[in-house]
Design a protein. Structure first.
Ligand code: HSE
Length: 338
């Protein structure tokens, strides 16, 4: 499988690290021998080599801040524009991991359309295109006979979408409810431990949980985006982010956190979604609620179903390797069908 990576930040580098570390086991256990042939960044250069790039050298170049630090190799092309890479790279799969833009999803959405037009499968951790153009992307993927996967857009590598779509297939899912943003859950936990709002946010950024622009996390838009993705993919809903009621955690003070603590409660940013709509808002949960015990960058989701009642999945919701794994799981799914 030849892969073109559009974006090479935290998540793209996470995937590259996993592919390095697990190369032998992926080949032995899954017959999977991926080759990253192209990497494109917004401002730190692009690389293309038809025979595959060296992942270790790629990670070193990225750690030095620019892909120009990748060693000169015969047959290597530098600084091709992204559309050129998509058209010419012979990649089987385009992996879109550039920063999320929930307002227009561009330029990522154009790259996604171009990839499908040129017969590539598509894997995304970038939420923008899925939130804004889910139905159109699905339609174009069907027309192209290609797959589109985006497990990493909701709860990182914890299989929230796969569980809902595949494992609960045959159940009717009435609603989902949960903690869908790692940054804010981490911040609320740290604020309960005595950290200030700003210090907790700085830590979440340092640990690679927050978006490039963290206002989407703390104002609730990231969780709302995930709620929309869940509604679209589980309920086939035509739901947009502005149809949700959204409130973030920006107004919560250490005093609010203390008051809840003294009352035997905890603040959590809770997302709820049904086929017709939903909400994201901070809620004071009693400690008897299992979601009150989900702490740090861990997320949780409860599916309310007809045949099983409530099913809850708990796992990492943000982070480099955890989201890198989401991409790997999507690539393996595509590999099995190729
Ligand atoms: N910023 C997101 C979060 C990353 O904190 O949950 C994972 O989508």
């Amino acid at each position: 499988m030849k892969i073109a990576l559009i974006g090479f930040g935290n998540v793209g580098q996470g995937l590259a690290q996993i592919l390095c570390e697990k190369a032998a086991v992926l080949q032995e256990s899954h017959g999977f021998t991926p080759q990253v042939v192209a990497v494109a960044t917004g401002r730190r250069g692009t690389l293309y080599h038809p025979d595959g790039l060296n992942l270790e050298a790629l990670l070193v170049a990225a750690s030095r801040g620019h892909l120009d630090y990748y060693p000169e190799t015969e047959g290597l092309y530098r600084n091709w524009p992204v559309p050129e890479i998509i058209r010419q790279s012979q990649a089987d799969v385009v992996v879109e991991v550039s920063p999320t833009n929930l307002e227009t999803a561009h330029p990522a959405l154009d790259y996604c359309y171009l990839a499908l037009e040129h017969g590539k499968h598509l894997v995304l951790a970038n939420k923008g295109p899925v939130v804004l153009a889910y139905h159109e992307l699905r339609k174009r993927a069907r027309q192209a006979g290609k797959q589109i996967r985006f497990e990493g857009t909701v709860m990182a590598g914890t299989p929230a979408l796969r569980t809902g779509i595949q494992n609960l297939a045959g159940c009717f899912v009435f609603a989902v409810r949960g903690i869908l943003n790692g940054t804010t859950n981490y911040m609320l936990t740290q604020m309960e431990n005595g950290l200030s709002y700003n210090a907790a946010l700085a830590q979440a950024q340092q640990l690679g949980y927050a978006e490039t622009d963290p206002s989407g996390d703390v104002e609730g838009w990231d969780a709302a985006a995930k709620a929309v993705i869940l509604a679209q993919s589980l309920f086939d809903a035509q739901l947009s982010i502005d149809q949700l009621e959204v409130e973030g955690i920006t107004h919560l003070t250490p005093g609010d956190i203390r008051d809840a603590h003294q009352a035997g409660e905890r603040w959590k940013l809770i997302a709820q979604v049904m086929p017709t709509g939903g909400s994201v808002k901070p809620v004071r949960l009693p400690l008897s609620d299992p979601l009150a015990h989900v702490s740090g960058a861990i997320n949780a989701i409860t599916y309310t179903t007809d045949l099983l009642g409530e099913v809850t999945l708990i796992g990492p919701g943000a982070g480099q390797m955890t989201t890198g794994f989401a991409l790997l799981s999507d690539l393996l799914d595509i590999h099995r069908t190729m």
